[in-house]
Write a protein that binds this ligand. Structure first.
Ligand code: GLN
Length: 488
């Protein structure tokens, strides 16, 4: 594994292959995610409140399983086999729902949760492996990869929601399954170019022993499907799951930490853990997008952008992905240009900047109240500008975070650490729901104006906390930087 060759070019061709594979996977994932809540209300006849809770639970499970998928990739399967298995589970899950949306829904979702767990963290780890230690192209590479994620998210959200609403739910889930087939085929054809990257860590073992271990992972994953099925059917189990998985993950982390012989690698892992902790806060605020901001868009925004009629929820769903696609390459170029002059801010400062921009964004969301009419309807333009600020903040933190994890983790823990990064997103999603519920107006018969006041009060507070966190990170950055050793 150490003998990773130098992949040439500003953006190595292997990066483009991984970009495409991840694009299809996110197409499938965000396609499914885009229809979830509407489908549950429409077909499973859940109330909106229950659909929201169930949606949050599913999202939390999806990201929580990345931790498990990451560990098994490190120890047994390697990234390539994990990815293939994960893709198959996602295809099967969406295919089953397409076959009978009503009866197979929860079962199919359980499969996609396992599938994403084995897929999502490991493809990001492979991107990291394209670069040698200290390679200045790494952050820019992750910025590009992040664009691929958002091209997929934009197309998936649009296509599957369209198919589901205007044709049938079966077709929407079928589309998700089909794009994942494309992603898998693409991966199978291009994986040879990755060389040793992502190969099994137990390749040296005798064949039967190796096969037995791999089989144990696959069987374990299959056995956990009915358990997940039960847990997502009953939302109260989600709370228990979330109380348990985080501490278990932390204990596992500290055991691995204690096994590290060198102080320098222990320090790097601690630095990663601190930044992962901050990312929980970031995603708890960021993920208002799926909850309170979606409701705000539904209730309080005029359906016109620069004079063109448009559903505010479409803007709420797509503005972020669109801005990522436009700005990720520019920011990638900016980092490279700054690096050439020796002026690129380090990872920790970028994290701080991410929070400052997030704070700015929530001030802009807050300020929509000053543009509202007496009915409480306000400007979609201002709302969109706020999303621009959200996105710039995201670009300072989320792709940088992926890159940072691959820099700070020893090779044999890369999958687990990437899983821990996404586990933070699981908690972010979970907390986002709680914050959103707390901000909503307690009055059942609240007027639109009351709702506007209630949500924007909340946004003002989020702005303040985000700014505070950003300043805190920048102030303690020398300390974290020291833990990170030579990593910038
Ligand atoms: N939008 C990004 C993705 O889908 C980041 C998700 C996350 O880390 N919560 O990969």
């Amino acid at each position: 594994l150490e003998a990773i060759q130098n992949f040439e070019g500003k953006y190595p061709k292997q990066l483009w292959y991984l970009f495409m594979v991840e694009m299809w996977e996110r197409f499938c994932f965000y396609g499914m995610r885009g229809v979830l809540a509407i489908f549950m209300v429409d077909q499973l006849l859940l109330t909106e409140k229950d659909a929201n809770l169930k949606y949050g639970a599913i999202q939390a499970f999806v990201y929580a399983f990345t931790f498990i998928g990451g560990i098994f990739a490190d120890r047994i399967l390697g990234f390539k086999k994990s990815l293939t298995f994960g893709a198959l589970m996602m295809i099967l899950g969406n295919g089953l729902i397409a076959a009978n949306p009503h009866d197979f829904f929860y079962f199919g979702i359980a499969l996609t949760i396992i599938g994403t767990g084995f897929f999502k963290p490991n493809i990001s780890s492979m991107v990291g492996d394209l670069y040698k230690e200290g390679d200045p192209r790494r952050d820019a590479g992750f910025s590009l990869f992040y664009s691929g994620i958002n091209v997929g998210a934009l197309l998936g959200g649009a296509l599957c929601v369209y198919l589901g609403k205007s044709h049938s739910w079966s077709l929407a889930f079928l589309a998700a399954a089909v794009v994942m087939v494309i992603g898998l085929v693409m991966f199978l054809f291009t994986k040879k170019y990755l060389g040793p990257i992502g190969n099994s860590p137990i390749a040296h073992m005798p064949e039967t022993k190796k096969r037995m271990r791999e089989a144990a992972v696959y069987i374990g994953a299959l056995i956990s499907i009915p358990l997940i099925f039960i847990m997502i059917r009953n939302t109260q189990y989600t709370d228990i799951f979330m109380y348990v998985i985080g501490p278990v993950a932390l204990i596992y982390f500290f055991i691995q930490l204690a096994k590290q012989k060198e102080k320098a690698s222990r320090n790097k892992l601690i630095a990663a853990l601190i930044l992962i902790f901050f990312s929980i806060i970031f995603f708890a605020f960021f993920e208002q997008a799926g909850g309170s901001l979606a409701l705000f868009a539904n209730n309080n925004l005029q359906a016109s952008l620069l004079g063109i009629g448009i559903d505010p929820n479409i803007v709420n769903n797509s503005a972020n992905s669109l801005f990522v696609i436009i700005f990720a390459p520019l920011i990638g170029i900016l980092w490279i240009a700054l690096a050439r002059r020796g002026k690129e801010p380090n990872t920790v400062i970028k994290f701080g900047l991410g929070f400052l921009l997030l704070g700015l964004a929530y001030y802009i969301f807050f300020s929509t109240r000053f543009f509202a009419n007496e009915q409480g309807i306000t400007s979609l333009e201002i709302f969109t500008v706020a999303y621009l600020a959200v996105t710039l903040g995201e670009l300072c933190l989320s792709p940088i975070g992926l890159s940072m994890i691959t820099k700070l983790s020893p090779k044999n823990l890369a999958g687990m650490m990437m899983g821990l990064w996404f586990l933070a997103s699981a908690y972010g999603q979970y907390v986002a729901g709680l914050i959103g519920a707390g901000m909503s107006s307690p009055n059942a018969d609240a007027s639109l104006l009351d709702k506007l006041i209630s949500y924007t009060n909340g946004y003002q507070q989020l702005a303040l906390y985000a700014l505070g966190t950003g300043i805190l990170i920048i102030v303690i950055s020398p300390f974290i930087r020291k833990l990170m050793q030579e990593v910038k």
